[in-house]
Design a binder for this molecule. Structure first.
Ligand code: GEK
Length: 244
């Protein structure tokens, strides 16, 4: 049983959102009730991992939080000799991720790093997952991370990039925001919780449009990229490094 997210249910002086101990304790409940399709994406990451993980290579989970994506990929791949590298810059997340993954995948070759994903070296990678995390980097830093990922991927390797989206058409953007709020209301968040969380997150998480993401992955070097998932204003892309 994980704790229920009640962090924003009292009127408060809202400060910028941080991935601290209080957030890490309620994170499974928070992300499931806030991100439409999260559990589906996690489950399907395992299916994609079985397609792209190559023997004796690394699988990176950048912005791993509690390591749920890595666990799904580990459980659904039969590829031999995989090294799982999980990275997050929140100590609270890394501490919990390390103990959870050691418990749930004791025989895996696993490294959990507390580091900025912009500073790590990526090499011998067949799959890199950035699941709802690029949006927390400064927009001007995003391309350089994607280039680093592209350079560290092997031929036929893949990047899976999941993000909250904005939409270039204003009417669609407004509707998607409305539907997302309806999703949160349906999951038990009050209007006060929704609006206080929005204020806390607005300086910290800056979403892009899918067109911006597609352009950026192409600029990073990927020639082949597709949107494979969307639930309201949350989507996931896959970009594949060509074999030559
Ligand atoms: C999941 N992928 O469950 N370097 C490292 N970590 C970072 C950075 C950074 N520069 N910026 C943010 N983070 C997960 C969910 S949550 C998404 C990812 C959300 C980390 C941050 O500490 C947090 O753990 C994670 O990225 C984002 O599949 O909460 O909306």
């Amino acid at each position: 049983m994980t704790e229920k997210d009640i962090l924003f249910n009292n009127p408060q002086q809202v400060v910028d959102f941080a991935f601290d101990d209080a957030v890490a304790d309620v994170f499974p409940d928070m992300i499931r009730r806030s991100v439409p399709g999260y559990e589906t994406v996690i489950s399907l990451l395992g299916v994609l991992a079985e397609q792209y993980a190559q023997p004796n290579t690394k699988v990176y989970d950048l912005g791993c939080s509690l390591g749920v994506a890595t666990l799904s990929m580990h459980r659904q791949t039969r590829t031999l000799g995989l090294k799982h590298i999980c990275v997050d810059n929140s100590e609270a997340m890394v501490k919990r991720c390390t103990s959870r993954l050691k418990r749930h995948m004791p025989d895996a070759d696993l490294t959990v790093l507390c580091d900025n994903i912009e500073d790590i070296e990526i090499n011998n990678a067949s799959l890199v997952v950035v699941n709802f995390t690029l949006q927390f980097l400064a927009p001007e830093s995003r391309l350089s991370l994607l280039k680093n990922i592209y350079n560290g991927l092997l031929p036929n390797g893949a990047l899976v990039l999941s993000e909250k989206l904005i939409f270039e058409d204003d009417a669609e953007n407004q509707s998607q925001i409305k539907w997302h709020h309806a999703f949160k209301s349906a999951n038990g968040y009050s209007d006060l919780e929704i609006s206080q969380k929005r204020v806390a997150i607005e300086n910290v998480m800056i979403p892009d449009s899918v067109e911006t993401h597609q352009l950026r992955v192409q600029q990073a070097g990927f020639k082949e990229s597709y949107q494979w998932f969307q639930a309201f204003n949350f989507a996931s892309l896959i970009a594949i490094k060509s074999s030559t």
